[in-house]
Ligand binder design. Structure first.
Ligand SMILES: [Zn+2]
Length: 336
């Protein structure tokens, strides 16, 4: 009997008879893009060329238009699908469910002709992500080892806010992170009442516009090349700049520098240099969250994604041990 869910050596999550998620698979007519992170856009060009339909949430489409350029998705049949709306293909039904990760992120559920519920969580974090019941579950594995836990999760925002407030008393603050998470930080600071100008380079600016269009509130931010931003930065007035991780070496050398990263387990905040900190802000469930999701989803079989970065082998072992549910990492060997 062939499995109703699998992960291919190229990273495609196969659900049911027709669907491949997050990487290209030549045998599947449908492709879902669960969110706009690059390890979930694998082979998208090929999928656009050969799939009957490529599906994603409206917000994910808008983000890809910014990250890849507006022409990119025009190369294929793209259909946007709202959360909870059903799409039927052949004798199977697809639904996307909300996932708390980055803007637009979705879990994908297939219900096949026998009523089997086949679910891919994609990347998610708890407690905001709804746990969907399944028969066969494919889960992400980022923090799949038992010691990857963050019991201090609830303190993180508070500490981030006070660190920024402290820094602003002395001058500018530079924040470094990935697209999506930077906007989450903007929203956290704005909601905390921090009302200095935010300064952002062009791509962060455009991603921020999309986030606002889809309901996030980010405060007032200015393109770093604009007159407003120039006048603020030249006078060394308090402001917060938001840059992609990749720019860390080039900007904000004299400012207070804060990176946001999920790969922190010792505590919510760590000082790494004289004027430099790492804050443990993650957009993934920690180990306990992964186990809790599996337990409450009540599957009969679990597949752990052994293609993307994470600990699929460890997580599968722990699921069998702790929950007594058969679990296996796929693909069997990572294709690296
Ligand atoms: Zn992701």
């Amino acid at each position: 009997m062939s499995l109703k869910a699998s992960v291919t050596p190229k990273g495609a999550i196969l659900l049911g008879k027709y669907l491949a998620c997050d990487a290209f698979d030549e045998a599947k007519p449908l492709r879902v893009v669960t969110h706009a992170h690059s390890d979930h856009l694998l082979g998208l060009r090929e999928s656009l060329k050969s799939c009957v339909t490529v599906m994603m949430t409206p917000a994910t489409k808008d983000l890809i238009d910014v990250l890849k350029g507006p022409l990119f998705l025009m190369a294929g049949q793209v259909k946007t699908l709202q959360y909870e709306k059903e799409f039927t293909y052949g004798d199977e039904r697809l639904t996307l469910h909300f996932a708390d990760h980055i803007l637009g992120a979705a879990q994908a559920l297939i219900v096949d002709s026998q009523g089997t519920r086949i679910l891919y969580t994609s990347d998610f974090r708890l407690p905001e992500t709804p746990i969907i019941e399944s028969d066969i579950l494919v889960t992400e594995t980022t923090y799949g080892r038992p010691y990857r836990i963050r019991p201090f999760r609830k303190q993180v925002n508070r500490i981030l806010i006070s660190l920024v407030e402290q820094g602003l008393k002395r001058g500018p603050v530079y924040l470094f992170g990935y697209y999506g998470k930077l906007q989450e930080v903007m929203q956290i600071l704005h909601r905390a009442g921090i009302r200095v100008p935010f300064v952002v380079p062009e791509k962060v600016f455009r991603v921020s516009k999309i986030c606002e269009r889809h309901g996030m509130t980010l405060g007032r931010y200015f393109l770093s090349s604009s007159e407003e931003a120039q006048s603020v930065t030249k006078k060394h007035q308090p402001y917060v700049a938001f840059y992609h991780m990749g720019s860390r070496r080039y900007v904000g050398k004299d400012a207070l520098r804060i990176s946001v990263s999920g790969w922190e387990f010792e505590g919510p905040c760590r000082r790494t240099a004289e004027n430099e900190y790492v804050i443990a802000l993650s957009d993934h469930a920690d180990f306990k969250g992964l186990i809790r999701y599996v337990k409450e989803s009540k599957p009969k079989l679990v597949v752990t994604d052994n293609y993307r970065a994470g600990d699929a082998v460890s997580l599968a072992r722990e699921i069998q041990k702790k929950l007594n549910i058969p679990a296996k990492p796929l693909p069997a060997k990572r294709d690296s």
